[in-house]
Design a protein around this ligand. Structure first.
Ligand code: GLN
Length: 305
């Protein structure tokens, strides 16, 4: 298996140069396109890795399924579903999804920015510090890594330049979808996106979703299996934004990408996969990362379809 991973990385290395690192968050422009790493955590307890799997990058949108999980754990399915919908937007991650001057909860999707900003208001806590801390704690628990921290440089960079997200948050406020102070909500969102992880962390988080809520080592239940079904279904239909259909055909597993270059893939009952390669395609998904996953899926028959 390790050999297969090494071989796949070699085959896909040329694709790292075809993607572009994100530049709209200035700090992410410093990303190195040459990085390519993979970590696979299997249900039999074995793990395999290759390339730059220890390199850290910011989680970015891969935090969205964790935000959704915490919102579900804090409020239950009905409450969350009434506030943030489940239908794919079919639009880019930062789209302003307002139709005919109205915004309804069913227009929000938790895997794109507008829905994720709304979900920050669903996390419980006495203030936004505490809410964010609870999200960070859950991320650490799912990854089995208590050392996970926020990348302060990326956080400051996002906060300074995140005006599109500000626009989205003010629209949410205008249409009564959020009640809290916009800057406080955004601060939580920007920090959430700036959590620093590596491919191993993403593989472990993906594995808990693949294992329907049970911790891989201790077998402890971290969240109800219903929530894993909920999150995995949404990852399948919109985890790769408006590239989700293409990804479903080519790879065929629930997955989430982030503009930091990470992809977390969930192979139900079988494995969690973390990939890192910062060169992105036009939709903001790791270009070489998708190539690696496509080949891995074909060789190991991973597609769930
Ligand atoms: N922090 C990024 C943003 O809000 C997350 C987007 C992404 O990873 N696609 O734009």
């Amino acid at each position: 298996m390790e050999e297969l991973l090494e071989q796949l990385l070699e085959e896909c290395r040329p694709y790292t140069q075809q993607g572009q690192v994100a530049t709209y968050i200035p700090e992410l422009a410093k990303g190195d396109r040459n990085n390519l790493g993979i970590y696979v955590q299997r249900s039999d307890g074995r793990h395999y890795q290759a390339g730059d799997y220890q390199k850290c990058f910011t989680i970015q949108s891969v935090v969205k399924p964790i935000l959704l999980l915490l919102a579900l754990m804090d409020n239950g399915e009905e409450y969350v579903r009434a506030r943030v919908g489940v239908e794919a937007t079919g639009k880019p991650f930062d789209a302003i999804n307002v139709t005919d001057q109205t915004l309804l909860s069913e227009h929000l999707n938790p895997m794109v920015n507008m829905g994720a900003i709304a979900m920050c208001t669903l996390i419980k806590g006495k203030d936004y510090e505490e809410r964010f801390q609870r999200l960070l704690d859950l991320t650490r628990t799912l990854a089995g890594n208590p050392d996970i921290q926020v990348d302060q440089a990326v956080y400051q960079s996002e906060k300074r330049t995140g005006n599109k997200n500000r626009a989205l948050a003010f629209l949410l406020k205008t249409y009564g979808m959020i009640q809290d102070d916009v800057e406080e909500v955004l601060d939580c969102y920007f920090k959430a996106c700036s959590i620093s992880v590596n491919s191993k962390d993403l593989a472990n988080i993906g594995f808990v979703l693949a294992n329907r809520g049970k911790h891989p080592q201790s077998d402890e239940r971290l969240f109800p299996s219903d929530y894993a079904h909920y999150v995995n279904a949404i990852l399948t239909t919109c985890g790769m934004y408006d590239g989700s259909g293409d990804f479903a055909v080519k790879v065929g597993v629930p997955a989430k990408s982030g503009v930091g270059g990470g992809i977390m893939a969930v192979v139900p009952t079988r494995m969690g996969i973390g990939i890192f390669s910062p060169g992105l395609d036009s939709k903001g998904n790791s270009l070489a990362g998708i190539q690696v996953l496509e080949r891995l899926s074909k060789r190991m028959y991973l597609s769930i379809f």
